[in-house]
Design a protein around this ligand. Sequence first.
Ligand code: ASP
Length: 319
Amino acid sequence: MSLNLPFPHRHLLGIAPLTAPEILFLLDEAERWVALNRAAAVKHDDSLAGLTQINAFFENSTRTLLSFEIAGKRLGADVVNMAVAQSSVKKGETLIDTAVTLDAMHADMLVIRHQASGAVQLIADKVDCPVLNAGDGQHEHPTQALLDALTIRRRKGRIERLVIAICGDIMHSRVARSDIISLQKLGAHVRIVGPSTLIPPHIEALGVEIFHDLDKAIAGADVVMMLRLQTERMAGGFIPSLREYHALFGLTVEKLKLAAEDVLVMHPGPLNRGVEIDSAVADDLKYSAITEQVEMGVAMRMACLDVLTRQRRGVKGWA
Ligand code: ASP
């Protein structure tokens, strides 16, 4: 693939391999799908007509799976969801064998979510078509970071120099990792905050400022991003109790007053109301961009599917 292309990557496996101009290129591409998605009736483009998109989600998902499915369908692709619970994976098939099987069906795009960090890369190495990482273990969730950047840029007009506080279970969150990498590349100042048990070691190497006090972390922040406690990835007791966690790290209307007056509140979902965020904050449309994040997710994923298949579709300048 020519290195002169604005997006010279075969796959979208993470934010780490991308440059700031490549990230901005994807955000710009997504902008044009926002209007199509808002059309009153027909929301369809046939850019991907005739192409087969397989969504293979080895881990549960609501919004990401639906979002990728809608994105593919709006672009005219034939979208198939692999039902992992009923698949040969449950009969002991290895990940590599599953990958080879999907490849033999001549998929044109594979969208993969897997509970193991690195599993999506393993599949990408074995197949012939573009692979999009829809979340792998605690590693990366690149389309979430892209849709978050798009939401922030649309609401704030820029990302550079914004103070962005990412709060909660940083340790188990692939969203936090991808967001930190992307927002730093785009020039934001990123603070992270959580109990010390939920802050990964050596995270300062990513250039973030670390806090253990929510009030201090959100003081003057332009964006406050709350994260769910990822209990499914916790082997032991990382927090004393949910009540205590909420008292110390839950976002309430009172605490939000410490942030910038025009603060934007974000959350990748699913929300645990009353734990990391109160309903009064999550549902206040003056601050909350949570549903807008979901909306931008579809446009962002349309952009990713479109850009990654341009070469195989022979799009002028990409083939
Ligand atoms: N939906 C996001 C993810 O898949 C965040 C979460 O589950 O809390 O990582």
